[in-house]
Each structure stands twice: as structure tokens, then as C-alpha cells.
Write a protein that binds this ligand. Sequence first.
Ligand code: ADP
Ligand code: MG
Length: 738
Amino acid sequence: MPAVREHVDKAPTRQDKADKPLSAPQKAMRRLGLDSDMDLALHLPLRYEDETRLMAIAELRDGDLAQVEGVVRDNRVEVRARRQLIVRIEDEAGHTLLLRFLNFYPSQQKLLAVGQRVRVRGEVRGGFLGREMVHPECKAVQAGAPLAQALTPVYPTTAGLPQAYLRKAVGRALDKLVLDETLPPQALQSWPGGPQVLADWPLHAALDYLHHPGPEVSLAALQDRSHPAWLRLKAEELLAQQLSQLQARQAQAQRRAPALRIRPGPDDQGLHERLLAVLPFALTAAQRRVSEEIAQDLARPSPMHRLLQGDVGSGKTVVAALAAAVCIDAGYQCVLMAPTEILASQHVKKLVDWLTPLGVRVAWLAGGQKTKERRETLEAIARAPEQGGAQLIVGTHAVIQDKVHFHKLGLAIVDEQHRFGVAQRLALREKVRSDQGANSDGSGGEDGEEPHMLMMSATPIPRTLAMSYYADLDVSTLDELPPGRSPIVTRVISEQRRPELIERIRAQLAEGRQVYWVCPLIEESEAVDLTNATATHAELTAALNHGQPASPRGGEGGIQVGLLHSRLPPPEKQAVMAEFVAGRMGLLVSTTVIEVGVDVPNATLMVIEHAERFGLSQLHQLRGRVGRGAQASACVLLYSTGDAPRLGQTARERLKAMAETNDGFEIARRDLEIRGPGEFLGARQSGAALLRFADLATDGVVLDWARQTAALMLARYPALAERHVARWLGGRVDYLKA
Ligand code: ADP
Ligand code: MG
């Protein structure tokens, strides 16, 4: 039987209807993204106004938000400090209330004519002349006119879109929408709050209620979103998200990728085995486990889509190198993309150190390369590995530019993937897919094959977030640090103790250790950042060298103090980094360009100035630069309250979290608590695709239900599943897959 297609939830958009120009409120609705009836139905009130009862004027108290009915006894325009309309109304009991309008129209004067019966709503103030309301809402009524039966919704709106217009539009949309049940009976039954909850609140009833709750409603239950109508919405929203991600995963399994297998040892030793043999350390158990997970994925003929998460310093690079080795050994190319040049070049260095002695050809691709060098690199990337082409390509997002054509890409690795925007990640996936099999000479990967993808992140994603936003990803976790690291002690101290701190730095340097000093982050202006960093550099150089002048690479003889900031040309940056890495530079002053991933085990102290201005995960990542060797390490968070008497609440929570734990997962959990998932995810979920109703910090139980229900529906009720996703996500599904 053909599917019945009458119940189309998405009404035609206003644009389809006619080519009539849009009115101002219609344009404003567009701007708010309110195109379909479903969009309007999901545009929930910010709050409600209670027009369901009247108060007697005698009962009114200062600050009450009240509705009063009375007859106008007096109406005149007075000029006091300025021209104003003053109206006096009297209620049944004979008490009077003043209404005052500083701006008014003739129409208002007419509405408030003497003898007219009106209902007015507003905030009560004890004015000079007795109780009054300033600019109340007024409407004319007949005696005994019925009161509203439900609370009146107040919607989020924008310029040019009056509440009344929006209320009507939402009301019409709700009337028109036909929202038949998309949840199968088992799904209703299995709801953790009891089998009747969702059944009693079908979607349409829930929406009607949230727009127009009865006067008896517990406003608290609406506020904290625990009312069953809210639960229905959250359940449906999370279900839609889980369904779309499961669909993405199923689609993924249908696609083809080269099966890349580890060549066995010991006689005919593969690259993977040879790399293991030359590493200067033994893998941790966690590294062995995740490498095994990755190897199993690579050996399958469908593309891997795996997230490798591990705290800063957990050793992700070597895991990436081992995966690359498997890929290269199988005759395919591997690309590694890093968010910044410093980070990318560090990778090259490490990978080059490990892999070139084993005969692997590594190519480097970044923004600032010379034309000739770049052309040669591009040629090497486009050439077959067996004919001398590049086998491992490392670079910044330069690797996803149009001019780059991989000959035969088997594996794409994205380091610090959370630092790339959605658009860049989508671009990489599109790029690596479309390049495959597109070689004109018919060489390259087989038709329709696409590369495997490994994403790495140092910001561990809390479980609920991983389940909801990354449900189409497999996740491997490095939950163990390499041995011999001593824990980092973190202290939060006031800016006033700076002199003490400088003594401490001197002591560290005297012991041959190295120190990072991170300068304040000033969002508005890079120029101010720079001035600050330069001044700090001069100050510290002078303090540590007893007054000798500062140079960016440090002075001769004395203690070298380096300066690193974003305005330095890349070669200069790398020269400064090289001095620090080589241990010739004792102190490195830097704006936040000391990137995640920089690795100097001899650095044992990190000072972060104005730590109160940094985000929690950023602080944690910066701190991860120390504690990489066997020496005891410390991180000092310097804060300044500026002119304020105390630190703000969230800043205090962040610094406290830093002092209390070194565990990246715990930090991520607290970060989620402090910031909420929208900010936490950053660019991954831009606008539309973010959850609007469910809150991952509190709705873990709903998420579990949604996950199970999504699996059930895809297996047994595919038509319902499809309807559900279309209703909730419309055309927005793509972004969820980035
Ligand atoms: P991240 O996960 O932050 O990218 P890295 O890959 O940069 O961490 O590794 C941090 C440091 O630990 C590097 O110096 C690396 O060589 C070292 N390392 C990695 N794995 C081990 C191990 N199993 N034993 C000892 N040191 C290791
Ligand atoms: Mg790293």
C-alpha cells in the first residue's frame, strides 16, 4: 500500500504561496527562521502573562504585576516635567488608580475616554499621587466580559514583529498543523517516567498547552521544563537527533573504503611493526587498545569514522603515526591536518623523525610556502606513491584547498578536530570523497571508494554530548597518560603576588628548567594583546637579567627570554619555538599562540596571567604544556580583579575547577555545567541544529530512551522514523553529520 502522504507537517512556506511582497512582520518572521507552521508551533513563549484574573485596586501592592478593571473617571494631558497623559480609573469598590503615559497617541486618548470601561495590565507603583501604572496595556471591555481561559504567551520577537501578530500566526499554525503520532506504542510504553506520560501528551496537545497553559498550571513546572508537555517535546527532539545520526551511521556502512591491513611480521616486516620497533618508548596499554580498535576499522571495506579522544599529553600523535603506517604500507596516501602551522610543523618533525628513517616520503603543506616549493609539493601529492609520490602529507587547512589532488588517499587524520569549524570539517570530507576515483588516468583508488577518517581531540567530550552529537562516530579513548609523568600542582594566586612569582621562576631557571608565561587574552584587540605581551616580555627580561635589554630571541649570555605572538611571521615563530624546544631559551612569553600540542618535556612551570579571562578547556589545554617530563611541574593561575572587588562567579568556578582537578574528563564535565552545550560545542552545531528543548546536562535519561527508541524505530518502523526526522529536522540534517 502506498504511504499516505496527506499529513504533510510542513505547510508550504510563505514564499511558495505567492510572489506577493512580504509585509514587515512577515519579513521579521523570516529573520527569526519562522517559515513553516512547524517552525511557528515550536516557537515557544518566553513567559506568560496572566489575564485570567482581575484584582481589586484596594488589594494592589507596590511591584505587583496585575490586571485591573475600572471605568475612566478622568482623562487629561498635563505638562509637568514633560507633556503626559494622566488617566484615573475607578473599580467596582470605588477605589481609584492612576495611569500615566509619557508617550501616547490620539487613539489611546480616545480609548481612555471618560466613562469608558477598560481592563489595564501593568506594574503597580506607589506614585506621588497614590498608586499608579506607567504605560499599562489597556483594552476597552463591556461590563462582565469573560476573562482569558489560558495564560497569554509572550514570545521572543524582534523589531517589526508585534506580539499580537505573532500570537495570531502561532495560533493559526497550531490550528492547521496535523501532527499524528510518530512514536510506536512500544516507545510510549518504555518511557522511563511511566507508560502513560507520553501517551497522555501527544505532540499537538503538548504544543497547544505550552502556548496556552491553563491558569491552574504550575509555572515552576513550565519553568524547569519538567511538565509532561515539556517532556514530550524533549523526547521527540532527542529522538529526531538520534534517528538522524543512526541513519548517517547506516549510510556510512553502505559506503566503500579500501581495506587496509597490517602486514604481519616477522620476516616480511610491515611498516607498522618497524615503527613500533624504532619508537623510543613502549606504548601504554591505552595506546595499544585504541591502536587495535583503529586497525580493525581500517581493515574493513567501509570507511572508518572514528574520534580518538585523549587528554593533553596522552600520546595521540604516535597512535596517528601507527595508523598512517598501516595505510602507507598498503600503498595508499595518508593526510594529517592540524589547526595551526606551529602544531602542524611539530607533527611533521615528529613524524619525520619516526618515519623518514623507515623510508616514508613526507610532504609538508602550509599557507606561507614559496611558489616553487609549493608546486613541487602539489606534484608529489598528485603522484602515485609507487612512483615516488608523497606518502604522508602533513599541513594546515591548506591540505583541503582545491589545488590539492591526492593520488590515492586511504586515510585522513584531523588533529585537534574541535578547533576546526563545521564548514572546514565538511570541506575535508567532501574533498577527500570527491578526489577519490577522480584521477583522469583511471589510477588512484577504486571507483566509489573513500578514505577512512580519524579525528583526534584533546577536549574530551562528556558522555551525553558524545552520545547525542557524535552518535554517528565511534569513539576511542586514551584514558591513561604515559608513565613517569608527575602530576601538575595548580595554584590560583592574586596578581599582587607577582614579585614572589618572579623569584620562583628564577629558582626554576637556576635548576635548568624552562618556563612558559602566557599573556592575557584581550578579545577586542590583537594590538592591545601585543602591547601587553611586549611589555611583559621587557619586564620579565629585565627582572631576570638585572636590567639588561630585551630582545625577542633573548639576550646573549644571560637568561634567554623569548616572545611569541600571532603577528610574528611564521619562520620567526618557528625560530623562537626552536630555541625553546632546544632548551636554549629559559622563559617563553607568549600570547595564546603556544598552541595545543607543543611538546617540551623540560618545561615545568606555566604562568597564566589574567587567568580569569580564559575558558576552562583552554586553561586545561594550556596547562597540558607542562608536566610532560618526570620533573614535578606547576601551573600558576594569576588573576586580577581589576576595579571589581571580587572575581565574578563563573570565573571563580573555573579557577576552582582548575585547582581541584587535572582530569580532562572532569574538567570537560564542569565546563559543560558552567557553559552549557551550545558554547561547549562551539562551531560544531551552528544555530539551527542545536538542541532547543532538551538539555544534555539534565536530560541524560531522556537521551538514553531516545537512543534505544531510535534503534527500535529504524529496525521496525522505518516509515514512522522517516516522518519523525522530516518533521523535526526538515532540511537541516546535513549539519548534524559534520
Ligand atoms: P597529545 O595526546 O597531547 O597529542 P603527544 O602525542 O604530543 O600527546 O604526546 C605527548 C608526549 O608523550 C610526547 O613527547 C610523546 O612522545 C610522549 N609519549 C607518547 N606516548 C608515550 C609512551 N607510551 N611512553 C612515553 N612517552 C610517550
Ligand atoms: Mg597532540
